[in-house]
Design a protein around this ligand. Structure first.
Ligand code: AMP
Length: 472
């Protein structure tokens, strides 16, 4: 039975599978941080962090930023991009503003889409700048303003912020951007996806024209290029690791399993103690909660992290997971964006994402900065099409594990949404109520609801903010 599935999946991918053998995996090439002309306090901090060689993005971006040029960086998380901008910013500010005179003014602003990313960038500045004598603070929504406004009042050199809370505190007069010398827009594509474009434009309007700007995005569609042109001045361009090749440094395994058996399979796999820490992905928040309940009921230390949880609950789950107090963290994609856990041993795709790039993002949570990692995926009969799309994107055939106790037996084809007879719609026409027909129907998009019914709604021009977005 499993062999049949194997042939089925492989059938469309044989050529792609061969092609992947010729691709080069992500590599850290041998070069030292000393070669990048970094100052001693930074070199010392990097030694403490255990960094030996710069990653490709660091090697390319650091000299450009130190030459005070604008930068357009095409790189995703996991490539070492945070250090690529944080290290030169620390060096520039240390050299130009040390010792600080009077109350510190904000000289560098980093805007990033999610709280998790903001916190991680803050941790990076703290780590690489521990001997540089600079002050930074992180501000984001969903928590009380007081500690943030206190830090701002005391004076800082570097501000890391999500757009909503930044604008809020700017409007309240706590933040003055007139002294900004270095501006970073991080994860620009995600920022647009989350509906932050207008907030970003409002922030940019408040920045001094004379400044150095750095712009990072994992992808560069036309609207991102257009946005970058409004921010950057004659930028140098740096591009690293196309997304589809990231997958090659992670060991991947596919479990073909009935939908109803996925939770049992997860429990079965967790008996293996080699799974030291697992980030489990589900498509929905409800799905994440159900998986966690099942794991907890069976004695596992598991927590969920998604947009419906309070900021404190998310932070607590994340820090307990990082500290090894929780073995399994169950997350939705948007909540997991930017989760950076050193030594994450396993990523488990409880459901196969319908967007192939999401799969690459997910498995990129393990095997970070050149380390190896393992990604296990559960695929039921309704997800085989998604699996094919993923394999096409990564140009790899993901090996199928045939020896497990819950093999796929349900081959029922995916059900088409049930057709529901539409009630005739009556419209006003020349003062009379008439039955709407194909000929007189107004053209409006049809939206299919979860119950399978169709309903017509007015066109929405812009996506509203997604759950998990900063709603400060
Ligand atoms: P980022 O792409 O900024 O999310 O970084 C991904 C991970 O790589 C983080 O855990 C960093 O601590 C780590 N990292 C960044 N630069 C280096 C380096 N040169 N050597 C080793 N690890 C690094």
């Amino acid at each position: 039975m499993v062999c049949r599935i194997n042939d089925y999946i492989r059938g469309v991918n044989t050529k792609a599978g061969q092609k992947s053998l010729t691709r080069k995996p992500f590599q850290i090439i041998k070069m030292s941080f000393e070669n990048l002309d970094l100052i001693e306090p930074i070199l010392r901090a990097l030694k403490t962090e255990g960094y030996e060689t710069p990653t490709p993005i660091q090697e390319q971006a650091i000299p450009i930023i130190l030459q005070r040029k604008d930068l357009l960086g095409c790189a995703q998380t996991g490539t070492g991009k945070t250090a690529a901008f944080a290290i030169p910013i620390i060096q520039i500010l240390h050299e130009t503003h040390n010792p600080a005179k009077g109350r510190r003014k904000i000289k560098s602003l980093i805007v990033t889409p999610t709280r998790e990313l903001a916190i991680q960038i803050g941790e990076s500045f703290a780590a690489y700048g521990r001997h540089a004598g600079l002050k930074h603070t992180v501000i984001f929504g969903g928590v009380g303003e007081r500690p943030q406004t206190d830090a701002l009042r005391a004076g800082i050199d570097i501000l890391i912020a999500t757009p909503g809370r930044l604008l809020d505190l700017m409007n309240q007069g706590y933040i003055d951007l007139r002294s900004i010398e270095l501006f970073v827009l991080d994860e620009a594509d995600r920022m647009l996806d989350m509906g932050f474009i207008h907030d970003v434009k409002r922030i940019i309007a408040e920045l001094p024209r004379e400044r150095q700007s750095l712009f990072f995005s994992a992808t560069m569609p036309a609207d991102i290029v257009k946005l970058s042109q409004t921010i950057l001045n004659n930028p140098s361009k740096v591009e690293v690791t196309p997304e589809s090749t990231t997958a090659e440094k992670v060991e991947q395994q596919m479990y073909m399993v009935n939908f109803a058996d996925k939770r049992s399979l997860l429990l079965h796999l967790l008996r293996n103690q080699e799974i030291v820490s697992a980030l489990v992905f589900t498509r929905t928040k409800h799905g994440a909660d159900k998986v966690v309940q099942h794991l907890q009921k069976n004695g596992h230390n598991a927590m969920a992290i998604h947009g419906n949880k309070s900021q404190n609950a998310r932070q607590k789950a994340l820090s307990d997971f990082k500290a090894g107090k929780i073995r399994v963290l169950v997350a939705t994609d948007i909540a997991a964006r930017g989760i950076d856990v050193d030594d994450l041993s396993h990523v488990i795709n409880f459901e196969i994402p319908n967007i192939p790039e999401t799969y690459v993002h997910r498995i990129g949570r393990t095997g970070r900065a050149g380390q190896s990692g393992i990604a296990l995926s559960f695929c039921d009969n309704t997800e085989i099409t998604f699996l094919r799309d993923i394999q096409r994107l990564i140009s790899q055939t993901i090996p199928v594990v045939e020896d497990h106790p819950y093999p796929l037996t349900d081959f029922t084809p995916m059900k088409a949404p049930a057709k529901v007879a539409r009630k005739p719609i009556r419209r006003e026409h020349n003062g009379q109520s008439v039955r709407e027909t194909a000929g007189n129907r107004e053209s409006r998009p049809t939206i299919r609801t979860s119950s399978g019914n169709s309903e017509q709604r007015p066109v929405r021009k812009f996506w509203s903010k997604r759950p998990g977005a900063d709603r400060s």
